[in-house]
Design a protein around this ligand. Structure first.
Ligand code: SAH
Ligand code: SF4
Length: 384
């Protein structure tokens, strides 16, 4: 009995940042003067090799390995469900230690592969076109739970050095990370910043900062700090050119209106043509998709090194909008292109498994409701 309970209480080292890893090592008696070396050694096993067994850490002394095994694990996030789309997109539902669920999506493309990572369970914001925004249950993810999504995806995709990897992306399947899963990353800015720095650490996961993109609906006061702290790329969920409409689509706009948001963008560190900001614009039929909107968009962004990413609206059950027609999207894209902006239309991926932008909504609320019902039925049966 005792063994089982001590097993459950052994925390995992997988997903931790350097400071937390050092604290864990200190706690099991690794002397201060060895800490840096041990952190570096274990870091490399965790994030360069994806090691799942302390015994494989051959450059760590046997005593330390034994202490590590006694107190910690290298367990990954639990995979509650995995789905494959016909187009190759994969979606995982991860279960956290407290039973909360989040989704992560992998999108393979020619020459690259993008992992779409979540920052929160649900989202406190309520953008009207977004399925995640309808999820009631919300909490911030820990650093290890954010990094853990990348580690688990590498496991599942056999994307560690030495794994058999048939990918056409050179040596890695995951080449890019976008913080575009569930949640508003800048409402969990501190953990997200630490997690992004673990992902871009050259001695570990080693993702290029230019290939990591943080998307925000516009939490203006947090923008400069995360820029300075991480050096990653920025994407802004703009979706409307006038405050009146943006207030409706992205209610956070009432707090931080468009002009303030664009001012924050202008301050983004090392903003240049080589490091442009992406403006995301969801195409909603008869709402924000006219030629006049396209022209106003171009005018609004004048002077900001920008890319415009047009996202066909991805429907979900009960959504109050429809996607613009392809002709409309093309006409809109044409105007934006002619003004000199690259404006790729984001091809919807994984719609058949509800993995496309804005479709993520982990069923965290549902089991609780179902469990309540079960309990109710059970108690009725018992009292009968
Ligand atoms: N909370 C952050 C990141 C997650 S959403 C943000 O809002 O930026 C990632 C992107 O998907 C955002 O640009 C968001 O506006 C967009 N999106 C949300 N719902 C969508 C839907 N139903 N169809 C298409 N894009 C959607
Ligand atoms: Fe939250 Fe982003 Fe969805 Fe808005 S679009 S509700 S900020 S996840």
């Amino acid at each position: 009995m005792q063994e089982i309970s001590s097993d459950i209480s052994r925390p995992s080292l997988s997903g931790l940042d350097r400071a937390s890893l050092a604290a864990r090592l200190s706690a099991i008696g690794v002397p201060d003067k060895q800490l840096r070396m041990r952190v570096n050694q274990i870091w490399s096993w965790l994030y360069t090799h994806g090691t799942r067994d302390f015994d494989a850490m051959t450059n760590v002394s046997k005593d330390v390995r034994a202490a590590l095994r006694e107190h910690y694990t290298l367990d990954r996030l639990e995979i509650a469900d995995a789905q494959f789309s016909d187009d190759g997109t994969r979606k995982w539902l991860f279960k956290m230690n407290d039973g909360q669920l989040v989704e992560t999506v992998y999108i393979p493309e020619a020459g690259r592969g993008t992992l779409c990572v979540s920052s929160q369970v649900g989202c406190t914001l309520t953008c009207r076109f977004c399925h995640t925004g309808t999820q009631k249950l919300v909490r911030n993810l820990e650093v290890a739970e954010i990094v853990g999504q990348v580690v688990s995806a590498r496991d599942e995709l056999q994307d560690w050095p030495g794994d058999t990897n048939q990918s056409n992306t050179g040596n890695r399947r995951i080449t890019n990370v976008v913080m575009m899963g569930m949640g508003e990353p800048l409402y969990n800015a501190e953990n997200v910043a630490h997690a992004l720095n673990v992902m871009s650490d050259g001695d570990g996961l080693g993702l290029s900062k230019r290939r990591i993109t943080l998307s925000t609906s516009g939490v203006v006061p947090e923008i400069p700090k995360i820029g300075a702290d991480t050096g990653v790329m920025l994407a802004i969920s703009l979706h409307a050119v006038k405050d009146e409409l943006r207030n409706e689509l992205v209610p956070l706009n009432k707090k931080y209106p468009i002009e303030e948001l664009l001012d924050a963008c202008r301050q983004w560190p090392s903003l240049s043509n080589a490091k442009r900001i992406t403006f995301e614009y969801v195409m909603l039929k008869d709402v924000n998709d006219s030629n006049a909107d396209a022209r106003a968009l171009v005018k609004l962004l004048a002077g900001i090194p920008a890319k415009i990413n047009l996202i066909p609206f991805n429907p979900w059950p009960g959504a109050p909008y429809e996607c613009s027609s392809w002709e409309r999207i093309e006409a809109f894209a044409d105007i934006v292109n002619r003004a000199g902006y690259a404006s790729p239309v984001r091809r919807p991926r994984g719609r058949d498994i509800m993995a496309a932008c804005g479709q993520l909504k982990s069923a965290s609320v549902k089991p609780t409701a179902a469990a309540k019902k079960m309990a109710e039925l059970a108690s009725r049966n018992l009292t009968r």
